[in-house]
Design a protein around this ligand. Structure first.
Ligand code: DGL
Length: 267
């Protein structure tokens, strides 16, 4: 049996989006072996009900447990919003979501305490970001908006298209009127739209929760003394998906700039 520190970190998302977290872990915790699961057969999660998301997240975390992970990062905002508490209670290892790290970062950078959050329909409907903000700062003012067209626009390669700019105008115009100085990008895909979003919002803080979570994991592993500090430079990435591997392998290899091995599994 491997020592705890040498065991892999599990990271999962509804699809490809969570690879941004893989990239961050690679950068800040390069010694870690990573098991990634992309639920490509059931993506998108963003418009599904709580009970469905909880079922999916439990199945994936059970798969991670069989792989003897030392911790699981729920890279998906929707799954973090709807299933994190259930997963935390059900497993003995740390389960880290993206909501609290994103909120901490937003509260750190805001000057006027007026924060907005955008995300999928299910994330915004869950009020997960609002609850986390008020837990930490009851004086904050929070505004929110679901942006259901953003994920399909990114997935169809239209991040820089005029149509995406129009969608951003439509979704963000009311938030803009609220004198917010910080906007949480509460979805794996939204950091890809940073440029377009900034064009609409002007100069405010855009908080990328996926980066915030990597910093939190680094701190947690140091505190628990389970950071993998093996002398070899970079850990191994093993990817698993629930649908065909080919497209995922191509996209993941391109995004992470290394040859990625991908296997299909039925949960
Ligand atoms: N990964 C999801 C999230 O961060 C976006 C894609 C989906 O709807 O599944 O909320």
């Amino acid at each position: 049996m491997k020592s705890e520190g040498k065991r892999p970190v599990g990271i999962f998302d509804s699809g490809l989006g969570g690879l941004t977290v893989v990239k961050g872990v690679r950068k800040y915790l390069p010694g870690e072996d990573i098991i990634y699961f992309g639920d490509t057969a059931r993506v998108p999660y963003g418009n599904k009900s709580r009970s469905t998301i909880v079922r999916f997240a439990r199945e994936i975390t059970a798969f991670m447990a069989k792989k003897k992970v030392k911790a699981v990062i729920v890279a998906c905002n929707t799954a973090s919003s709807l299933s994190l508490n259930v997963l935390k209670k059900a497993y003995p290892f740390p389960v880290i979501g993206v909501i609290a790290p994103g909120v901490k970062e937003a509260l750190r950078v805001t000057g006027n305490g007026r924060i907005a959050v955008i995300g999928t329909k299910s994330t915004i409907g869950s009020l997960s970001y609002q609850k986390e903000i008020f837990k930490r700062d009851s004086d904050a003012r929070v505004f929110s908006k679901s942006c259901p067209l953003f994920v399909p626009l990114v997935e169809n390669g239209l991040a820089n298209n005029a149509i995406t700019h129009q969608a951003a105008q439509m979704y963000l115009k009311d938030l803009k009127k609220q004198n917010i100085d910080t906007l949480i990008l509460g979805c794996t895909h939204y950091p890809i739209l940073k440029k377009v979003i900034r064009k609409v919002t002007g100069k405010i803080n855009l908080v990328d929760s996926t980066l915030a979570v990597v910093k939190e994991v680094d701190e947690l592993f140091r505190r628990k003394k389970i950071k993998n500090t093996a002398s070899r430079k970079t850990g191994k990435i093993s990817c698993f998906v629930s649908d065909d591997v080919k497209g995922f392998r191509q996209a993941a290899s391109m995004f992470l700039k290394e040859k990625i091995h991908v296997k299909k599994v039925v949960l």
